[in-house]
Design a protein around this ligand. Structure first.
Ligand SMILES: Nc1ncnc2c1ncn2[C@@H]1O[C@H](COP(=O)(O)OP(=O)(O)OP(=O)(O)O)[C@@H](O)[C@H]1O
Ligand SMILES: O[C@H]1[C@H](O)[C@@H](O)[C@H](O)[C@@H](O)[C@H]1O
Length: 364
């Protein structure tokens, strides 16, 4: 049966959200040359998607005195530190590790985010989305205390950095120092490469695990079940931030009243939109409006999505799920827009290589 919910007015969702993770500078390299320099960090990609979906949020992020991008949500500036910088080598991934699409090196690191840096208030949900080891176990502990529901990107927990070159390595989740906190986390997101560093069978007993599989979409695991969520087509030019935008779309979908399988489709959609562009994606405004309309039509419940204990976490694809996928896919068929009609939360820096490389908006 196809659900025929009446479209609701598009109001800003009422949940209060906390995003925790440092902005960074990303440098993309190929063949020994810099091909792009962009604003990075999961916090920037998620903010970008949240703004696109009209989800309001508070952001706790630290940068150094050299932070070079204008942003809508001001970070804490540490005058004695530099901004975290990642170099992404796109031609080394496959040779050094079959699971990687790129080799990442953290070449500068900003200060960690301490529990005292978090706001002194409660939030309906929080997102622990560090990239450079900035989230400490005590910071995540404070997050689970002040947020009713916590989403975690495993990259915030299991990254270790080579002392000399800063090469990103992954450590087992059990050895990460965060393992004891998992029973207090509601959703843990991992890429398929990162999922190899945890025992999904064990972790799914405590929280919902979402594993992303690049062009193949994602899989949702919970205590007693699992399901695959279909992907969307894309012409991939840069995979950076796909997982971050996925998480932004997934949580944004939940905030707008979607059930988990439908929200995961919104995650897949934003992941696919992100790989079609270099760096932080710019979304076509007409496409965004159509996505928001489809999400409002699809909204199946009016209760708070975070209500209920972990035992109530069990998901089935609701009737009309495939039609929702098709309607989201059709939003990509909007006519090409002019550059002025694209949205992005965070303006680009003047003169970055990214501007030279950027494909047109209909790369979406
Ligand atoms: N080539 C692609 N075509 C379509 N969708 C894609 C593609 N790559 C990624 N996606 C979407 O984005 C989601 C996240 O991608 P992926 O699994 O590569 O995350 P990730 O490895 O964490 O990304 P990153 O570390 O680059 O941010 C996927 O689940 C999928 O929905
Ligand atoms: O901007 C990117 C992005 O946030 C990626 O998800 C992360 O893996 C990288 O470290 C970061 O530089």
């Amino acid at each position: 049966m196809v659900t025929t919910a009446i479209p609701q007015p598009q109001t800003t969702p009422i949940q209060s959200a906390l995003i925790v993770g440092n902005y960074c500078h990303d440098v993309l390299l190929q063949g020994g040359a810099v091909v792009a320099e962009t604003l990075g960090g999961a916090a920037s990609f998620i903010s970008n998607v949240f703004s696109a979906l009209s989800v309001s949020f508070h952001l706790t992020s630290k940068v150094g005195f050299d932070f070079k991008y204008p942003v809508n949500h001001d970070p804490i500036v540490i005058p004695t530190s530099k901004t975290t910088v990642f170099h992404a080598y796109f031609d080394q991934g496959h040779t050094e590790n079959a699971h990687q699409d790129r080799v990442l090196k953290r070449v500068e690191v900003c200060d960690p985010i301490n529990p005292s840096d978090l706001p002194d208030k409660r939030f309906d949900f929080g997102m622990a989305v560090g990239v450079g080891g900035e989230i400490l176990p005590e910071t995540l502990e404070k997050m689970v205390e002040i947020c009713d529901v916590v989403f975690v990107d495993i990259q915030a927990l299991i990254r270790a950095f080579d002392k000399n070159e800063g090469t990103v390595k992954l450590v087992g989740l059990k050895e990460s120092g965060f393992y004891h906190l998992l029973p207090r986390v509601k959703f843990l997101k991992a890429s398929s490469e990162e999922a190899l560093f945890m025992d999904v069978e064990e972790v799914r007993q405590w929280c919902c695990v979402v594993v992303t599989h690049g062009k193949d979409g994602c899989e949702v695991f919970w205590k007693d079940g699992e399901m695959k969520i279909e992907p969307f087509g894309a012409n991939q030019v840069d995979p950076t931030g796909a997982g971050d935008s996925f998480l932004g779309g997934f949580v944004g979908g939940l905030v707008h009243g979607l059930v988990v399988p439908d929200a995961a489709l919104v995650g897949n959609l934003f992941g696919s939109l992100t790989v079609g562009q270099i760096g932080l994606p710019k979304f076509d405004l007409r496409l965004l409006q159509r996505v928001k309309d489809e999400v409002q039509r699809r909204k199946l419940h009016n209760t708070c999505w975070f209500e209920g204990g972990k035992d109530s976490m069990s998901f089935t694809k609701p009737d009309g799920h495939d039609e929702f996928h098709a309607s989201l896919a059709s939003t990509k068929l909007v006519p090409t827009c002019s550059i002025q009609e694209c949205q992005r939360d965070v303006p680009r820096s003047a003169g970055s290589v990214e501007q030279v490389m950027r494909p047109p908006c209909n790369g979406q």
